[in-house]
Design a protein around this ligand. Structure first.
Ligand code: ASP
Length: 421
């Protein structure tokens, strides 16, 4: 059985975590062809910070923050005793130097291009460390540069995958009988410039590879025991959804269940590839299986709580009805600004939408909409969704919130909430 593993930032957050990864890999190496790894811990956030400084010309601060990231990785390298592996150090240092040279010399106006260039080093660093460490522990593997196989368009921050080209390159590069280590999240466009698939996009990379290689199973290693019916950060007594269908998993991830990236399931469903979510802290537990037939789809209500949403209320300036042509124009603005819609509701005169947007893109979104519409907005509202709600009482904490929007269908009830002032 050919399989792919994906490890996120938390599962490789320090040297102990990387040793734990090695244990998991060595006891599951039968049929394991690719290990996809994210940046270590919160490195991507830190590199986003480097990028922010770079775009406003604070090059010294950008370099200082980069050096902090490098120091952090060097500590891990030392604890894993990789500091004598000359070949590895050459590769690791070349990434670090390349990034610093880019920051010093390459000042360009295109912020999106520099974003993907800068943040990609998180994954380049982590995978070079993990590949070298596994090789040193008799888990022979080949490091693959994901930018050579994941081909995308030029939408650097949230690029779209060129499936045809990607599939061809993946199949040329990866021999499923051998073990490979590669980066999540990053790819490149037709000019070879680095692109990214959107924050948390490493699950999607693993799913792209699983689909292109038609493997039997993708295992995503998490810090929770599988797909839970609610986020334990907010709710007590959560339950694991042990066996659910692709359809239910797509609905849950679309609604905001953060355990899986929303784009992950579709490529797997199309090729009927099993997706397992397992805990890297308790690897012998079964976790959740997502496949064609879900046995537990309706068994328990699922609660998806998404704070920090952005609610927009858009009306025409002359009190004319909101028509399809308006909605089409509004959506093209959403598309170009990267506003991700989670819920919408319209009346004769207004169109309300709740979703998320990168703080960098917010001002542009509002000013584009204001050209033809009156726009009101609420920042930091909550979106609460309950699926299969028939057997569930409305959660207690709702009572301290003001309901701005409520929507109910047969399977799902949703609220947009704000703290009562
Ligand atoms: N490192 C990237 C991020 O933090 C991608 C990922 O972890 O999936 O968003």
């Amino acid at each position: 059985m050919i399989k792919i593993f994906k490890f996120g930032g938390a599962s490789v957050k320090n040297s102990d975590a990387i040793i734990n990864l090695k244990e998991i890999v060595s006891s599951n190496k039968e049929g394991l062809s690719v290990i996809i790894v994210s940046a270590i811990d919160k490195t991507t956030n830190q590199l986003e910070n480097v990028w922010k400084n770079y775009t406003v010309g604070n090059i010294n601060t950008a370099i200082k923050k980069t050096n902090n990231c490098i120091d952090f990785h060097n500590e891990i390298i030392n604890s894993l005793s990789l500091n004598e592996d000359e070949e590895f150090l050459k590769i690791f240092d070349s990434f670090s130097n390349e990034l610093k040279e880019f920051l010093e010399n390459d000042f360009k106006d295109d912020n999106n291009l520099s974003y993907s260039k800068i943040v990609s080093y998180g994954e380049l660093w982590s995978t070079s460390i993990i590949s070298a460490y596994l090789n040193g522990q008799s888990l022979s593997n080949k490091w693959v540069d994901a930018r050579r196989i994941i081909k995308t368009n030029n939408n650097y921050i949230e690029s779209k995958v060129d499936w045809l080209k990607t599939s061809e390159l993946v199949n040329q590069t990866i021999n499923t009988k051998k073990l490979h280590v590669s980066q999540g999240f990053i790819g490149s466009n037709s000019d070879g410039l680095t692109t990214t698939l959107g924050r948390e996009g490493s699950d999607f990379t693993a799913s792209i590879l699983a689909s292109c290689l038609s493997v039997h199973e993708l295992v995503i290693w998490k810090d929770v025991d599988g797909l839970l019916n609610a986020d334990p950060k907010w709710f007590n007594n959560t339950k694991i959804l042990k066996n659910i269908s692709y359809k239910e998993a797509i609905e849950l991830s679309y609604l905001g269940a953060s355990v899986i990236h929303p784009n992950t399931v579709k490529p797997l469903q199309n090729k009927n590839i099993n997706l397992r979510l397992k805990s890297f802290l308790a690897p012998s537990n079964m976790g959740s299986l997502i496949s064609e037939n879900g046995l537990n789809d309706r068994e328990v209500p699922s609660i998806i709580y998404k704070p920090d949403q952005f609610l927009l209320s858009i009306t025409t300036k002359d009190y004319s009805f909101i028509f399809e042509e308006h909605i089409s124009e509004i959506f093209s603005i959403f598309y170009s600004s990267g506003y991700r819609v989670h819920l919408m509701q319209n009346s004769a005169l207004s169109f309300s939408v709740c979703g998320i947007i990168s703080p960098f893109k917010l001002t542009g979104l509002i000013s584009d909409l204001q050209k033809n519409y009156k726009v009101k907005y609420n920042e930091k509202v909550d979106l609460l969704t309950i699926r299969h709600y028939d057997s569930l009482d409305v959660p207690e904490f709702l009572k301290s919130k003001q309901v701005l929007i409520q929507q109910r269908s047969r399977a799902t009830i949703r609220f947009v909430l704000k703290n009562k002032s």
